[in-house]
Design a protein. Structure first.
Length: 158
Protein backbone atom coordinates (compact mmCIF):
# COMPACT_ATOMS: atom_id res chain seq x y z
CA UNK A 1 0.00 0.00 0.00
CA UNK A 2 1.43 3.35 -1.06
CA UNK A 3 1.19 6.26 1.36
CA UNK A 4 0.21 9.55 -0.21
CA UNK A 5 2.03 12.68 0.88
CA UNK A 6 -0.62 15.40 1.43
CA UNK A 7 1.82 18.15 0.44
CA UNK A 8 2.38 16.62 -3.01
CA UNK A 9 -0.88 18.07 -4.30
CA UNK A 10 0.16 21.53 -3.11
CA UNK A 11 3.77 21.67 -4.26
CA UNK A 12 3.46 19.45 -7.36
CA UNK A 13 0.02 20.06 -8.89
CA UNK A 14 -1.01 17.98 -11.89
CA UNK A 15 -0.27 19.32 -15.39
CA UNK A 16 -2.86 21.60 -16.90
CA UNK A 17 -4.25 20.60 -20.31
CA UNK A 18 -4.00 23.23 -23.01
CA UNK A 19 -2.33 24.49 -26.18
CA UNK A 20 1.21 25.90 -26.33
CA UNK A 21 2.10 28.31 -29.17
CA UNK A 22 5.69 29.34 -29.96
CA UNK A 23 6.43 32.62 -31.78
CA UNK A 24 9.67 33.87 -33.26
CA UNK A 25 8.79 37.58 -33.23
CA UNK A 26 7.36 39.99 -30.69
CA UNK A 27 4.79 41.44 -33.10
CA UNK A 28 3.26 38.02 -33.75
CA UNK A 29 3.04 37.39 -30.01
CA UNK A 30 1.33 40.72 -29.32
CA UNK A 31 -1.09 40.11 -32.22
CA UNK A 32 -1.91 36.64 -30.85
CA UNK A 33 -2.57 38.10 -27.39
CA UNK A 34 -4.92 40.64 -28.97
CA UNK A 35 -6.75 37.91 -30.90
CA UNK A 36 -7.10 35.80 -27.75
CA UNK A 37 -8.53 38.76 -25.85
CA UNK A 38 -10.96 39.52 -28.70
CA UNK A 39 -12.02 35.87 -28.65
CA UNK A 40 -12.87 36.12 -24.97
CA UNK A 41 -9.89 34.21 -23.56
CA UNK A 42 -8.51 35.67 -20.36
CA UNK A 43 -6.81 32.64 -18.78
CA UNK A 44 -3.50 32.21 -20.60
CA UNK A 45 0.21 32.40 -19.77
CA UNK A 46 2.76 34.33 -21.84
CA UNK A 47 6.48 33.46 -21.91
CA UNK A 48 9.18 35.87 -23.03
CA UNK A 49 12.99 35.71 -23.03
CA UNK A 50 13.15 39.37 -21.94
CA UNK A 51 10.67 41.76 -20.30
CA UNK A 52 8.80 43.73 -22.97
CA UNK A 53 6.40 46.61 -22.38
CA UNK A 54 4.38 45.68 -25.45
CA UNK A 55 3.46 42.32 -23.90
CA UNK A 56 2.60 43.90 -20.54
CA UNK A 57 0.39 46.47 -22.25
CA UNK A 58 -1.37 43.78 -24.30
CA UNK A 59 -1.98 41.60 -21.24
CA UNK A 60 -3.44 44.47 -19.17
CA UNK A 61 -2.99 42.57 -15.91
CA UNK A 62 -4.12 43.79 -12.49
CA UNK A 63 -1.58 45.06 -9.97
CA UNK A 64 0.06 42.44 -7.76
CA UNK A 65 -1.43 42.04 -4.26
CA UNK A 66 2.07 41.68 -2.77
CA UNK A 67 2.29 45.44 -2.30
CA UNK A 68 -0.45 45.28 0.34
CA UNK A 69 1.64 42.78 2.32
CA UNK A 70 4.53 45.26 2.17
CA UNK A 71 2.36 48.17 3.28
CA UNK A 72 0.85 46.29 6.21
CA UNK A 73 4.26 44.96 7.25
CA UNK A 74 5.81 48.43 7.05
CA UNK A 75 3.06 50.03 9.12
CA UNK A 76 3.27 47.22 11.68
CA UNK A 77 7.07 47.55 11.82
CA UNK A 78 6.90 51.31 12.39
CA UNK A 79 4.31 50.87 15.14
CA UNK A 80 6.29 48.08 16.81
CA UNK A 81 9.49 50.16 16.59
CA UNK A 82 7.75 53.12 18.24
CA UNK A 83 6.24 50.92 20.93
CA UNK A 84 9.53 49.16 21.70
CA UNK A 85 11.52 52.38 22.03
CA UNK A 86 8.92 54.18 24.11
CA UNK A 87 8.38 51.17 26.35
CA UNK A 88 12.12 50.76 26.91
CA UNK A 89 12.62 54.44 27.75
CA UNK A 90 9.79 54.46 30.29
CA UNK A 91 10.70 51.06 31.75
CA UNK A 92 14.36 52.00 32.22
CA UNK A 93 14.59 55.81 32.10
CA UNK A 94 17.92 57.50 31.52
CA UNK A 95 17.36 61.10 32.54
CA UNK A 96 20.31 63.12 31.24
CA UNK A 97 20.43 66.90 31.18
CA UNK A 98 16.70 67.31 31.79
CA UNK A 99 15.77 65.84 28.41
CA UNK A 100 12.33 64.22 28.19
CA UNK A 101 12.20 60.47 28.65
CA UNK A 102 10.06 59.88 25.55
CA UNK A 103 11.87 62.03 22.99
CA UNK A 104 10.85 61.22 19.41
CA UNK A 105 13.93 62.21 17.30
CA UNK A 106 16.25 59.45 18.57
CA UNK A 107 13.53 56.86 18.03
CA UNK A 108 12.98 57.69 14.36
CA UNK A 109 16.03 55.61 13.41
CA UNK A 110 14.67 52.52 15.21
CA UNK A 111 11.21 53.08 13.74
CA UNK A 112 12.68 53.37 10.23
CA UNK A 113 14.77 50.22 10.61
CA UNK A 114 11.82 48.24 11.94
CA UNK A 115 9.69 49.53 9.05
CA UNK A 116 12.25 48.29 6.53
CA UNK A 117 12.71 44.95 8.33
CA UNK A 118 9.01 44.16 8.69
CA UNK A 119 8.25 45.46 5.19
CA UNK A 120 10.91 43.21 3.65
CA UNK A 121 9.88 40.13 5.64
CA UNK A 122 6.20 40.62 4.87
CA UNK A 123 7.05 41.07 1.17
CA UNK A 124 8.82 37.71 1.16
CA UNK A 125 5.84 36.12 2.92
CA UNK A 126 3.45 37.76 0.46
CA UNK A 127 5.40 36.46 -2.53
CA UNK A 128 5.52 32.94 -1.06
CA UNK A 129 1.82 33.03 -0.14
CA UNK A 130 0.71 34.23 -3.58
CA UNK A 131 3.04 31.85 -5.43
CA UNK A 132 1.82 28.87 -3.43
CA UNK A 133 -1.84 29.60 -4.02
CA UNK A 134 -1.29 30.60 -7.66
CA UNK A 135 0.47 27.30 -8.35
CA UNK A 136 -2.34 25.43 -6.63
CA UNK A 137 -5.00 27.35 -8.56
CA UNK A 138 -3.30 27.38 -11.96
CA UNK A 139 -1.65 23.97 -11.94
CA UNK A 140 1.50 23.18 -13.88
CA UNK A 141 1.68 24.91 -17.26
CA UNK A 142 3.71 23.76 -20.24
CA UNK A 143 7.16 25.25 -20.74
CA UNK A 144 9.67 25.09 -23.56
CA UNK A 145 13.40 25.79 -23.07
CA UNK A 146 13.36 27.95 -26.22
CA UNK A 147 11.56 30.66 -24.23
CA UNK A 148 14.79 31.44 -22.39
CA UNK A 149 16.76 32.07 -25.60
CA UNK A 150 14.93 33.78 -28.44
CA UNK A 151 11.30 32.63 -28.68
CA UNK A 152 8.03 33.92 -27.27
CA UNK A 153 5.23 31.63 -26.17
CA UNK A 154 1.59 31.57 -25.13
CA UNK A 155 -0.04 28.73 -23.21
CA UNK A 156 -3.85 28.67 -23.38
CA UNK A 157 -5.62 26.46 -20.88
CA UNK A 158 -8.18 24.08 -22.32
Amino acid sequence: MKLVNPLTAIFHPPPTPGVLAVFGHLDATVDAIGQLRKGGHTDFTVYSPIPRHEIEDALDQPVSPVRMFTLIGGIAGCAIGAWITLYMSYDWPLVLGGKPVGSIPPYVVIMFEMTVLFGALSTILGIAFNALFAARRLGTVAYDPRFTNDKFGIFVRA
